[in-house]
Design a protein around this ligand. Structure first.
Ligand code: ADP
Ligand code: ASP
Ligand code: MG
Length: 405
């Protein structure tokens, strides 16, 4: 029998009205004779009673001294509540259903609390329940170590639970239900006329997700790509097909083939600090010392530019002070610019196409936006801009590449 995985995000589960839509999607899948695994996030967003951020707010009230292991226990609860609540709703409709925690569903992780990596998925228990005709509801965002400790997979990690389970079950498709009509050419909260993409490759979406398009977790896409399981990102609140994420070989139809589409989308994220460390005359070990020190203190660096006059790179704002202190401790005189944003132009088909960078520079210059730094790969061009320019930069680039069409 065909197996389908459906994942519902926080906003899809937050109100009785929203949960009615969830129920309709579950019933629709069952009417198509699919065995069904439903992965859930915690209900709602910050401020709502059982959301992950609300649970974390409980401990922040008292200064947040909770060790990572216990914090993961706290966070796991949000998805348990959500799963049990949905189970109740489904059972009330006469549909047999069962709830499993991530660990019970067979998700084993390492012990990196707060950002655990999935080591393996053994879906034996899921399969037993499916064979009994039950809908299996799995609490997303979590797993268990070999020592039975509870772990979480990083914020937004329910997407990864869904694709990992989909891969292990060889599901026909993993549906990621959310509050937008699929993966759009840019964040619709910023670009009003952003357009849903019909079909995209895993690589393109992985790139978009890594660069800030938080509609799907980047690790979820990587896991799906490895297992070659198709993913659909779609709205809980409509019947539209949404975006199909799959291999480029299967990208035909309404959407252009990847290589015919120079630019697929624009992504962005803010709250980063640019750090410049000038080298003294004849100083050759600067880059080694700087990056070794950052690594020793687990500070992740980005946008790295090494040249004879020094090094330039970015870190997240919240670790910038620590990074600068470390550099001063080494005897350097770093300068910094906080509150910057990274705006990315992404397209599987831009490799070797002349004029893409020229178009970016033209679009940003017209809006008086200064590019503080840039970098490129064969599928992405990144620009660092002042934080206050982020929204207008995304809009200008979206318009310049005519992504609304
Ligand atoms: P969920 O709770 O369903 O997991 P998320 O908030 O994690 O939902 O992700 C959905 C949100 O991602 C949307 O509301 C949208 O604002 C944002 N988003 C950012 N970039 C994009 C994009 N390129 N396409 C669609 N949505 C995007
Ligand atoms: N509830 C978790 C979070 O808010 C996981 C998720 O929503 O995917 O990060
Ligand atoms: Mg999400």
């Amino acid at each position: 029998m065909r197996i389908r995985v459906q994942k519902f995000g926080g906003t899809s589960l937050s109100t009785p009205e929203a949960r009615k839509h969830v129920l309709e999607h579950i019933q629709a899948a069952r009417s198509e004779d699919c065995q069904l695994v439903v992965v859930v996030s915690a209900m709602g967003r910050q401020g709502e009673p059982y959301a992950t951020d609300t649970l974390l707010g409980l401990i922040r009230q008292n200064g947040d001294q909770l060790p990572a292991r216990e914090r993961d226990l706290l966070m796991c609860c949000g998805e348990w509540i959500s799963a049990a609540n949905l189970c109740n709703l489904i059972q009330a409709e006469g549909i047999p259903a069962v709830v499993l925690t991530g660990g019970q569903a067979g998700i084993e992780t390492n012990d990196a609390y707060g950002n655990a990596q999935i080591v393996s998925v053994q879906p034996k228990r899921i399969l037993e329940h499916l064979d009994r005709g039950e809908v299996v509801i799995v609490a997303g965002f979590q797993g268990q170590t070999a020592d039975h400790e509870f772990t979480t997979l990083g914020r937004g990690g329910s997407d990864t639970s869904a694709t990992a389970i989909g891969g292990a079950l060889k599901a026909e498709v993993v549906d990621i239900f959310t509050d937008v009509n699929g993966i759009l050419t840019a964040d619709p909260r910023i670009v009003e006329d952003a357009r849903p993409l019909t079909r995209v490759s895993y690589a393109e979406i992985c790139n978009m997700a890594h660069n800030g398009a938080k509609v799907i977790h980047p690790r979820a896409v990587e896991v799906a790509m490895q297992a070659n399981v198709p993913v659909r990102v779609r709205s809980t609140f409509s019947k539209e097909e949404g975006t199909l994420v799959t291999n480029p070989d299967s990208l035909y139809g309404a959407e252009k083939r990847v290589e015919d589409r120079h630019v697929t989308g624009i992504a962005h994220f803010g709250n980063i600090t640019q750090i410049q460390v000038p080298a003294a005359e004849g100083q050759y070990d600067l880059q080694l010392q700087v990056f070794k020190t950052m690594a020793q203190h687990s500070i992740s660096v980005d946008f790295i530019n090494v040249n004879p006059s020094g090094v330039v790179y970015t870190v997240f704002d919240h670790v910038a002070e620590k990074a600068l202190d470390l550099l001063r401790g080494l005897g350097y005189k770093p300068t910094s610019l906080s509150g910057c944003a990274k705006v990315s132009v992404i397209g599987g088909g831009m490799n070797g196409v002349p004029g893409v960078m020229a178009k970016i520079v033209e679009a940003l210059t017209e809006e008086n936006i200064r590019i503080l730094q840039s970098a490129d790969s064969n599928t992405t061009i990144w620009c660092l801009v002042h934080g206050e320019d982020m929204v207008s930069a995304v809009r200008a680039l979206h318009k310049s590449f005519q992504l609304h069409k």
